[in-house]
Design a protein around this ligand. Structure first.
Ligand SMILES: Nc1ncnc2c1ncn2[C@@H]1O[C@H](COP(=O)(O)OP(=O)(O)OP(=O)(O)O)[C@@H](O)[C@H]1O
Ligand SMILES: [Mg+2]
Length: 187
């Protein structure tokens, strides 16, 4: 199979499109997955995770985990034979951590080992402090805010790292294809 060009960029015109994109990506996530969701304050990170939760069949409202840093939502989405669905969505928001070492105390790695997946807001800033064994394989979702004349517009960039996401390049490209492409460039 030909390698598909990544990073993959797509446009979102409003919050519902960003949510839809999260829902589409939920269709290809598996147990142990890590999504690092980055972007400025108010870019739409939580909005994307809300869509992800919806796509995993989670009915509970997903909000920013302000006081807890981590929230765990059990799930059991359908998956084709041979693919292990995530048993829970672990939503992490590490923005308020004073000390990045606290991240390793959040128990996220243990949840991943038990079959959950994690979506980490500000995850790019955390780097190796969080679940280092799991970060060798992850999906980055970076949300860029719009131009002053189009405040709701977002450019959302996906980048894969590691073999399990390399294997899902095509599925990822298909999952995000519902959005108008901004551009695609070779990595
Ligand atoms: N295209 C868009 N995609 C996502 N959110 C959008 C878009 N256009 C407008 N919005 C609005 O921007 C806000 C995004 O808020 P959200 O909490 O998802 O951001 P965040 O990146 O998680 O913020 P924080 O940095 O505080 O965690 C919401 O009020 C949402 O309605
Ligand atoms: Mg948020």
């Amino acid at each position: 199979m030909d390698q598909l060009p990544l990073p993959l960029l797509c446009a979102s015109q409003d919050a519902s499109q960003t949510r839809d994109l999260g829902t589409r990506v939920a269709g290809i996530v598996e147990a142990g997955d890590v999504l690092l969701v980055s972007g400025d304050l108010g870019a739409g990170k939580t909005t994307f995770v809300q869509g992800l939760a919806r796509g995993l069949g989670i009915d509970d409202p997903v909000t920013s985990p302000t006081f807890t840093l981590v929230r765990i939502y059990p799930c059991d989405p359908p998956r084709p034979a041979g693919q292990e669905p995530p048993s829970a969505l672990v939503h992490v928001d590490v923005y308020r951590l004073d000390n990045l070492h606290e991240v390793s105390d959040l128990g996220v790695a243990e949840e991943l080992d038990q079959g959950a997946m994690a979506a980490v807001e500000w995850g790019e800033a955390v780097g190796e402090a969080f679940a280092p064994a799991h970060l060798s394989d992850h999906l980055s979702v970076h949300i860029e805010q719009g131009l002053p004349e189009d405040l709701d517009r977002r450019a959302i960039r996906f980048e894969v790292t590691g073999p399990s996401w390399e294997r899902r390049r095509a599925a990822l490209a298909e999952a995000v294809a519902g959005r108008p492409p901004v551009r695609e460039e070779a990595s």
